[in-house]
Every structure is written in structure tokens, then in C-alpha cells.
Design a protein around this ligand. Sequence first.
Ligand code: UD1
Length: 323
Amino acid sequence: MVTGSAGFIGRHVADALRDAGHDVAGLDIRDGADVRDPDALDELLPGVEVVVHQAAKVGLGVDVSDLPGYASVNVYGTAVLLAAMARHNVRRLVLASSMVIYGEGRYVCAEHGDVRPGPRAVEDLERGRFDPPCPRCGAPLDWAEVGEDTPPDPRNAYATTKLAQEHLAANWARETGGSAAALRYHNVYGPHMPLDTPYAGVAAIFRSELRAGRPPQVFEDGRQRRDFVHVRDVARANLAAVTADVPAGTLRAWNIASGSPHTVGEMAAALAAERGGPRPQVTGRYRLGDVRHIVASPARAAAELGFRAEIGFDAGMKEFARS
Ligand code: UD1
């Protein structure tokens, strides 16, 4: 069963599972089935072997008025789902988690080695000092790839609720002997990405601006780095996770990334070039909840899931710009 099966990622996951020969049941709020509704789950879960949980409230949110919504859908919804899975003896969960649970990525100081900068100061952001300095000596830092054992440090409501989902899934696994595969997605983009909503990721926002003939508004100096991973690759990762080797009673997490990070400015330029303009505007504006660079290491997913992204940045953005 795929939750969120009518959503951006859930649809692609359901398609990939079907293409691989699985029987797929879907649950989606757009079809009137809420993951927080135990009765709906009791109807759907008999006979289900694996739940692939993609239903969630996503994005950075607008302000604190969003907190109850994130907690309700993501935390409470997952709790209701896990309890129902226990009732129906479903022993495997694949969970859509996120890179945002790491907070600010990994940084290396020439003098102090690996360091973890705190949230960026408003004064620094106001002055255009976007790169976090070494928390010990203030020197500039180099970013480095984040591995799955990095301690979590969620910095917004969405990140907090995604981490809570992982913890609840680990509790469920321990209590029931089930196994949970948490896929920590990097920035997912591709066909069916939601349009024109403040909750959408930056790739969708830029595409909407270009479609309307407006220049993409690139925040900070555009040099913040992410890994844009295509939704069909993410669907393949879910397919691998359904049968991955996860010991009973445990949760195992994997970063799901393309392995070739780009800056937000490069992404804006690639989409604008493909659509023939207008050229992106680098605004210097910032959002307090944003982290500067976050780049996941794809190594564990390659070694253990056999997952490697197949759709490269250039081809993926070309298709996305036109979709
Ligand atoms: C995104 C997703 C999050 C997912 C995570 C995985 C959203 C909103 N966020 O987080 O759900 O779990 O990837 O790593 O879908 N930016 C601009 N101009 C804009 C909007 C954003 O320059 O108009 C910049 C932001 O300042 C930020 C970067 O683009 O530096 C990425 O923003 P965004 O896609 O919103 O969120 P992430 O934090 O990367």
C-alpha cells in the first residue's frame, strides 16, 4: 500500500511498484482517504505486506500557524498508520524521510576539522554573509557530504516532523519486530511537481515563475548547494527499499541523492536557459528556516540498496523545464 498515492512522489512510486509486478493499493486524501483515519486503514490494510508511506505535509511552511498541520498530518498520521499496521500484522514500512533532518550540512574547518555551525545569525544574513563560519574560530568553512550517521538537527517544523516519523517508525519496529526503511530524500523534482504553492520546492517555484514570464527569484547569493534528484530515480529507490535487507526490529536509513550537487543559481540558470529566459535574478533575500549547503552522500544507498541515480542534472532539468 502506498500512502499519498495521488501526490507528486507517491504517484511515481506506485507506478514503479506496479511496473515491477507488485499489486498496489493506494491511499490518498485526494481520494477521500486520510492516513489519520483508523477506519480507512482497517479497510485497506488486510492482505497488505508492505506500507510505503509517502503521505505528508511537505515544504518549509509559511509561518508558525502551520505547526499544528505539520504535527497532525506527519506525526499523528504516522502514529495512526503504525498502530494500524500492528493490528494487521504488516511487518515492513518504507518511509519517505528527508535530508532536512540533518539541519545545516557537514562542514570542515582547515584548523578544527569537522564542525557543526549553529543556525545562521540574522545580522550575518542581513549583511549578505550567507556561509556559516567556523563556530570555534570564525574562519570560512568547506562543505562536505553528509552521511546517515550524522546526528539530526531539525531546524523547521517540517524537518522536526520528518525526524519524529523516523523515531516513531523505529519504536514500531522494536515493539513489533517489523523492519523500517527510511529514505532521506534530497531535493526531489520532476513531472507532476506541484505548482504555485508556497509549500513547493524551489525547482517548482522557478518553473512557475518562468512559465509566467517572470525571472526566477534566487535567494541569498545563489551559491547555496543542494542535490536535485529526479522523482523517477526516487521511485526506483523506493522499489529497492521494499525488499532491502533490514533486520527485524530495526530501522535503517539511506540518503537518496543524485550524487552530483549543484547550486540553486545553477539550477535556476539551467531552467531559464531551456525555456529561453528570462534570466534569473539573484535577490540577496533569505528565509530564516533555510540551511546553506546540504549535500548528502549517496554511498550507503549505492552499497546497500544498489541504488544509483540514472537521470543526470542536465537531462532531468531539460525535461522538467518543458513539463
Ligand atoms: C527541500 C524540500 C523539503 C525536502 C528537502 C530535502 C520544499 C519546500 N522543501 O528543502 O521538503 O525535504 O528539500 O532536502 O519542498 N530558494 C530560492 N528561491 C525561491 C525558493 C527557494 O532561491 O523562490 C532557495 C532557498 O533559499 C534554498 C533553496 O532554494 O536555499 C532550496 O529551497 P527549498 O526547495 O524550498 O527547500 P530545501 O530546504 O532545500
